[in-house]
Design a protein. Sequence first.
Length: 310
Amino acid sequence: MTPIFSIVLPVYNEHENIPELYRRLNLVSKQLGHTTEMIFINDGSSDSTLKIVAALSKKDRRVRLINFSRNFGHQVAVSAGLDHSRGKYIAILDSDLQDPPEVLPKFFAKLKQGYNVVYAIRRDRKESWWLKAAYAGFYKLLSVAANINIPLDSGDFCVMDQKALHCMRQLPERNRFVRGLRSWIGLKQIGLEYKRAARFAGTTKYSLRKLFRLAFDGIFSFSFVPLQLLTFFGFQFFTLSIVFSLLIVYVRLFTDFFVPGFATTIILILFTSGLNMLSLGLVGEYVGRIYDEVKQRPQYIIESKIGFNN
Ligand code: UDP
Ligand code: MG
C-alpha cells in the first residue's frame, strides 16, 4: 500500500534513541491519521542500531530500513531516504529527537495550504556558546557568499511534497548540502519556527571534521565568491607591484636614499607565498569537487534493504 506520509530518518549509532523515537513517531502517525512509512537509513552504525531497526521492521510493516555498506555521511543518508520515499508528503528528521516529531502535523498542514516545502527554523539552540557562535558565523558567511538564499538557521529538518521531492531527486551531485539544494530548487517555500530540543541520548555524530566538511560543501557548492576574491586580490597585488616598481625606479634614479629593506622583503615574500598557497587550496576545493563529480560514482552503496516489498 502506498503511504501518504514518508519520514526519512538517518541513523548513525543511535541505538539509545530509536525506541523513544519510534514511540513518539507512532503517536504522531496516529495523530496524522493516514498511513506513514518510517524510512531508517543506517549509515554504517557500529552499535546495535541495525538490529533494533530490523526488529522494529519485523514487528511493524511501516518501518523500512536502508542499510548502507559503510558510513557515507548524514547528507547522503538523507538523500538515499528521499530516493526511496513513496509518500505524498515527505519529512526529513534527525533521529536524536532534536527535531521533535510532534511538530510534524503543523508542518504537514502548511503543505496543504499550497506550499511545496516547509522548512524548520531553529528558535533556540541547546548547544554550547562556541558552537552557536560558529553556526551564526557560518550562516552569515553563507548568506553573503552563496549565490542562493539559504534561510538563516534552517537545518535539514523539513517537510516537502512530491513536486519538491521530484526536484530533489533530479540533483545528482556527490558533495551534498541538502538544505542548500532544497533552497536551490525554488518553488513555494516557507519557514516555520520550532524549538530545537537537546539530544535525547548519546553524543553528536558530527565530528568537527564532518562539520567543517559540511560547511565547506555549503560554501563551495553554492558560491564562486572564493574564486572571485582570488581574482580581486590578484588585481590588487598586481596594481601594488606596479606602483612599487615605479617607486623603486624613481628612488634609484632621482634620490640618494638607500633602503636596506630586508625585513620588508621577507614579510612580503611570506605574505605573498602564503596567499599563493591559500589560493591554490581554494582552487583545490573546487577541483576536488569536480573530480568527485566526473568519477560518476553512485552516492552510496546499499548493503541490504528491509521492508520495501510491502
Ligand atoms: N548521522 C548520520 N551519519 C553521520 C552522522 C550523523 O546518519 O555520519 C545522523 C545522526 O544519527 C542523526 C543526524 O544525522 O540522526 C544528525 O546528527 P547529529 O545529531 O549527531 O548532529 P548534530 O545535531 O549534533 O548537528
Ligand atoms: Mg543532533
